[in-house]
Design a protein around this ligand. Structure first.
Ligand code: ADP
Ligand code: ADP
Length: 226
């Protein structure tokens, strides 16, 4: 059953059509690749899922309910790793997570255990007591994912997560994404302009160009259609 559904969604920025009558559904448990060049509309899709941007026409459902603009419900269902995740530099990774838990109003008695679980989920226990200013890009991405998961959402959205990582960093990140999907059942949307990089872990991808879906399906289906 679809956890995310776009029906005839059009989004304009003044006269510019960023999404053109888009139809898309993403199934529970999928790793879904949102692919396309810069300007294709990937970020626009993500902002609408987060309830941070409204469409001009059409509708968007998450887990069967319409997305409500600026509601807190989206944050409960969706974890989000922005492409420029930031931390409190003078805090350690663990302290950052504790703070994010507090900001998300997680009951204080639950926080220590929640933080350890999150550190384990992203394999960052070893670095938890180091300041985030000493972290590599890959470590920052992993802590950013832990941060996105504070409320144990059903859906995780990663915006260009491989950007700025070296090849081994890319591998580690993709392995982590796969583990989160397989072990924890999290539905994952991963945006990228690099199909080759993310294709290995995606169950399905869509190729977005100028706000329209040019192709959608598993890699085998796409390859057969080329
Ligand atoms: P992507 O994430 O695939 O790079 P975006 O969704 O950011 O694409 O952008 C899609 C198109 O919409 C681009 O042409 C971009 O310039 C335009 N756009 C995005 N945000 C705005 C905005 N706030 N105002 C005007 N145009 C925008
Ligand atoms: P507020 O709740 O104060 O209105 P915003 O909705 O603007 O704040 O979001 C604050 C920050 O949280 C932004 O940097 C945004 O990228 C991030 N964010 C928004 N939605 C989510 C989400 N579902 N999961 C994780 N982070 C989110």
């Amino acid at each position: 059953d679809p956890v995310i559904e776009f029906k005839n969604v059009t989004k304009k920025y003044s006269n510019y059509i960023a999404l053109n009558n888009l139809n898309l559904s993403i199934q529970s448990g999928e790793i879904f690749g949102l692919l396309g060049p810069n300007g294709a509309g990937k970020t626009t899709i993500i902002l609408m899922l987060l309830g941070l941007s409204e469409c001009n026409s059409g509708f968007i459902n998450i887990c069967g309910s319409p997305v409500i603009h600026r509601s807190a419900k989206a944050k409960q269902l969706i974890g989000y790793l922005p492409d420029n995740v930031g931390f409190y530099k003078n805090l350690t990774g663990r302290e950052n997570l504790e703070l994010i838990c507090k900001l998300n109003k997680i009951e204080s008695g639950l926080i220590p255990h929640r933080v350890e679980t999150l550190l384990q989920m992203v394999d960052m226990e070893k670095f938890a007591n180091k300041k985030t200013s000493t972290y590599s890009r890959g470590m920052k991405q992993r802590l950013g994912i832990a941060q996105a998961l504070v409320k144990f959402p059903k859906i995780l959205i990663l915006d260009e997560p491989t950007l700025g990582l070296d090849p081994s960093g890319v591998q580690e990140l993709l392995t982590l994404v796969k583990t989160l999907n397989e072990r924890h059942g999290i539905t994952i949307i991963i945006s990228s302009h690099n199909l080759e990089q993310v294709q290995k872990i995606c169950h399905r991808v869509c190729i977005l160009i100028c706000g329209k879906i040019k192709a959608i399906g598993s890699l085998e289906t796409l390859a057969a259609g080329l």
